[in-house]
Design a protein around this ligand. Structure first.
Ligand code: ADP
Ligand code: MG
Length: 290
């Protein structure tokens, strides 16, 4: 039978929107040494906003946004939502688009008005020989401001750069400070680039590992797990495997249907401070057993 202190922790945490899938999860959570965060949608609001459109060729901002929105039309990725929202604000009519394909952790490609087009990370555009080192330097300028830059292009032809900003949640810095006070090391694992990740991580006072593909996150968690006690927090859009790999996988926020299936725990309210709260509750429940 479940010890009384655990049963009561399960029900009192549930009332506060923190769900543990059973007493074994509380036991594992109490042993957490490291907490890995996905950045987008967990430490940040996950609602990036377009801040800059920069032409890299002879195209207007309007044309750049139009093609980008055609590429992103079928995507529900936060960056796609930001671009589509901006196109809507600018009253741009969506071009004809088909064959959209997500390049996991890199971008999207689609046929827009009959011509193949892409919206991807600058790194991927560079590795595809589409942009120059000088273009990369332009992207870096925005990334150092904590923004995410993507490149809009056709085959061998860069059209423009779109910069977007996803604000850290207002309680993120406080949550990170509390986690460190508990003697736990927090780290960001993100698919976003080095400079953007550094700007966000420095602002929150934590470590980071950037440029990670979904499988890299999984491998990173596996290595962290060798020391035991890894909690992973994700919104689960493409992090379900990493959530499953961690000692305790926690799905956070709205739109976590996929993650909830694989996660061991969930935070229903969008509060980062619920992460250290879960640790304190788990530790208290375990202490009361002995
Ligand atoms: P995160 O770890 O922040 O959730 P993702 O793995 O979802 O990052 O994406 C990593 C990078 O891949 C993004 O920063 C972006 O450069 C690129 N990317 C992914 N999806 C898209 C998209 N729909 N449009 C443009 N770029 C994208
Ligand atoms: Mg993601």
């Amino acid at each position: 039978s479940v010890p009384a202190s655990i049963a009561s922790a399960l029900s009192s945490s549930a009332r506060k929107g923190m769900l543990f899938k059973g007493g074994a999860v509380i036991e594992a959570a109490a042993k957490t040494h490291q907490i890995a965060f996905d950045k987008t949608g967990t430490l940040t609001y996950g609602r990036p906003v377009v801040t800059d459109v920069i032409a890299l060729g002879d195209y207007t901002d309007h044309e750049i946004l139009k093609i980008a929105s055609g590429v992103e039309a079928g995507s529900s990725h936060p960056l796609a939502v930001a671009i589509l929202r901006k196109a809507e604000i600018e009253k741009i009519t969506l071009p004809k688009s088909d064959g959209a394909k997500a390049l996991m952790g890199k971008g999207v490609e689609a046929i827009v008005d009959g011509v193949p087009a892409w919206v991807t990370s600058p790194k991927y555009a560079l590795s595809s020989n589409v942009i120059t080192d000088k273009n990369m330097e332009i992207a870096a300028t925005y990334e150092r401001q904590g923004k995410t830059a993507v490149i809009v292009y056709r085959k061998n032809e860069p059209l423009g750069l779109i910069a977007m900003r996803d604000e850290p949640r207002k309680d993120a810095a406080e949550a990170i400070a509390q986690i460190k006070q508990l003697g736990i090391t927090p780290i960001i694992l993100t698919g976003d680039n080095e400079r953007t990740a550094a700007a966000i991580a420095d602002g929150l006072g934590m470590e980071f590992s950037a440029g990670m593909l979904p499988e890299d996150k999984l491998e990173h968690i596996r290595i962290m797990n060798q020391k035991g006690g890894v909690m992973m927090i994700g919104d689960g859009i493409n992090d379900a495997p990493a959530l499953k790999q961690a000692s305790v996988g926690v799905a956070m926020g709205s739109g976590t249907d996929v993650a909830l299936e694989t996660a061991d725990a969930a935070i229903l309210r969008d509060r980062v401070t619920d992460v250290p709260a879960m640790i304190r509750m788990s530790r208290a429940a375990m202490a009361n057993i002995r």
